[in-house]
Design a protein around this ligand. Structure first.
Ligand SMILES: [Zn+2]
Length: 248
């Protein structure tokens, strides 16, 4: 048996495998020399030419580092372990993670803008929001039916948006597949409502997430190197258009 890769969030991997570099250390990455503190290798430097992109950590360097420590690092003892076998877990990071925030935020904004129907100012905030969400849900189902897209997303409500109180950040609760379908629908809705700069950015962001999913789905692993190349292309492409509208 040989190790080929594992998925899991950073915290879990750090604790389970006792990795020497992580978010509480100055050097944060098994794979490169990015650092969390000041200096030219700071990970937050997102430019193409950022110094941390220039040099990858060799497996031998990592193992030498591990060797210096007293505690054991079970992961590095596995046959086949390589420090460059860390992949993104798209389902958790994206569909069940970031995308819930994006879907929730966009859905709430589009409801507030009255996109799905006229807005009533009578009644409590949650009742008014639920009326908008109900109209949005009808729109969503029609959209999905027209395209023969299956989903099992339950009715949108303020509780599905994780909003027990009015000031809570909206995060749409969805299963992974539903999260993807909802964002694809929202990308279409947002594309039809680009009334101002904010609306343009919202439409672009939703579309970029949707494109990204379709790309991952179409290529699948083990073509992950191609995915990364294409992802870079999408991000660069979207980022350039974003920059053209935000930076005068
Ligand atoms: Zn790195």
């Amino acid at each position: 048996m040989a190790y080929s890769g594992c998925t899991g969030d950073w915290k879990w991997k750090r604790e389970e495998f006792g990795l020497p570099f992580h978010y509480n250390k100055f050097e944060i990455c098994e794979d490169c020399f990015a650092v969390s503190g000041p200096g030219e290798l700071n990970f937050a430097d997102a430019r193409d030419e950022a110094p941390w992109t220039k040099k990858r950590r060799l497996l031998t360097d990592l193992l030498a580092e591990v060797d210096k420590k007293d505690s054991s690092f079970p992961l590095t003892e596995l046959l086949g372990y390589h420090n460059q076998s860390f992949f993104e877990d798209t389902m958790h990071d994206d569909l069940l993670g970031l995308r819930g925030h994006m879907n929730g935020g966009a859905l709430k904004e589009l409801c507030d803008a009255g996109v799905f129907g006229p807005f009533s100012d009578i009644g409590a905030w949650d009742e008014r929001l639920d009326a908008q969400l109900q109209a949005a849900f009808v729109h969503f189902n029609d959209w999905a039916a027209d395209r023969f897209i299956q989903h099992s997303q339950p009715m949108f409500t303020h509780l599905q948006l994780s909003m027990k109180v009015k000031t809570r950040e909206p995060v749409l609760k969805s299963k992974a597949k539903n999260s993807q379908v909802v964002s694809q629908w929202l990308a279409d809705v947002a594309a039809a409502h680009q009334d101002d700069l904010y609306g343009k950015i919202r439409a672009m962001t939703l579309r970029a997430f949707d494109d990204f999913f379709h790309l991952v789905h179409a290529t699948r692993f083990p073509n992950w190197k191609r995915i990364l190349d294409w992802t870079e292309w999408i991000v660069t492409n979207r980022y350039d258009s974003l920059r053209s509208v935000t930076i005068p």
